[in-house]
Design a protein around this ligand. Structure first.
Ligand code: FDA
Length: 306
């Protein structure tokens, strides 16, 4: 982990910094990366993005919960998001994290919650994607995903694969047999070299290989990266191999590389913006700041403006 990234993440855990940031955070720039604190506000943001030709996946912010009532609340919110998407007619699906739905409390309780969400996705003819968290949760996540895939089908539920993991090539092969809809990402957690490539170059090379492998197997692939070099390489490969547009989409985070998102839409590609919202925005915001010194400059500029 770089010195900059660990410094920002350490500061993010400081109580003084946290209370200052949660008080003034939206003003300081969190609203660039988070679509507000309420579902109503998030739907308004989706409407604006849709008007620009972008589709969305909504994420209700929140991570590992320790109490069952919090997990049930998060489950109910995910269900409400599907209702709100349906009522407003916006172009959006939903992304969820299993630790927010009780994975660390009890996997079978988490499966019950996730089952309610997947059933609602199917009822509304929509789609839910399970985000991938760190490796200690990977097997349990796969297990829950496969159970729900059998019940609801690949049109309504999908998963995420991280290119920093050695095992991902094998996972993509296995998931390819069931024609699973996958989002491929590089991976956002701190993992040891026993399970993940320590060098960025290997993560990037594996990223390209996994996207190509899944598309060559005829499976729907969400290419989720802001890496312009990788996007450039893959665009050339997609064209040369005549991969039809209905088999893939690009995905980026809300507020990151806005120009590139819109440029891809102009070029005729489908682009989905991962759009988080909710009161628990601070840990997500800190990670975005840690990823890029340019984002810190953005926050500092807002600080001096206000
Ligand atoms: P990389 O980190 O190499 O960045 C490439 C370039 O993009 C950088 O040079 C920089 O210019 C720009 N960039 C990247 N991040 C930026 C930022 N925050 N602000 C400004 N510029 C930035 N991870 C995971 O483990 N599980 C998951 O389920 C998901 N889900 C997910 C969904 C979507 C839609 C995206 C885009 C990403 C994820 N991720 C994820 C996160 C992912 O694993 C990864 O950490 C980030 O996308 C950063 O990696 P990049 O591929 O963008 O490349």
């Amino acid at each position: 982990m770089s010195f900059y990234r660990s410094l920002v993440l350490t500061l993010a855990q400081n109580r003084l910094v946290t209370s200052f940031a949660t008080k003034y955070g939206m003003k300081l720039g969190a609203s660039r990366f988070v679509a507000g604190e309420t579902l109503d506000k998030a739907i308004q943001v989706v409407q604006q993005l849709n008007a620009e030709g972008l589709v969305v996946t909504l994420d209700h912010l929140g991570e590992s919960v320790a109490h069952k009532n919090e997990a049930i609340e998060a489950t109910n919110t995910a269900i409400q998001i599907f209702e709100a998407i349906d009522q407003s007619g916006v172009q959006s699906n939903v992304s969820v994290k299993l630790t927010q739905l009780g994975l660390d409390i009890d996997p079978s309780f988490c499966l019950e919650n996730m089952d309610r969400i997947a059933a609602k996705a199917k009822e509304k003819n929509n789609f839910v994607r399970i985000d991938m968290e760190d490796t200690p949760r990977l097997e349990a996540t796969m297990d829950i995903f496969h159970k729900l895939l059998d019940r609801y089908g690949k049109e309504h539920i999908g998963l995420v694969i991280q290119s920093y993991l050695y095992r991902s090539e094998q996972d993509v092969t296995e998931l390819g047999k069931k024609k699973v809809n996958l989002r491929i990402v590089k991976g956002a957690y701190k993992e040891p070299a026993t399970v993940a490539f320590p060098n960025k170059k290997d993560v990037d090379m594996n990223y390209i290989r996994l996207v190509q492998q899944h598309l060559q197997n005829g499976c729907y692939t969400a290419i989720a990266t802001h890496d312009e070099q990788i996007i450039h390489t893959l665009k050339a490969w997609l064209k040369a191999n005549q991969i039809p547009h209905h088999l893939f989409e690009f995905q980026m985070l809300y507020g990151v590389r806005n120009g590139l998102q819109r440029q891809l839409v102009k070029e005729g590609y489908k682009v989905r913006v991962y759009t988080p919202f909710g009161k628990d925005w601070y840990p997500y915001f800190s990670r975005r700041i840690a990823e890029s010194p340019a984002n810190t400059m953005f926050v500092l500029k807002n600080l001096f403006k206000s």
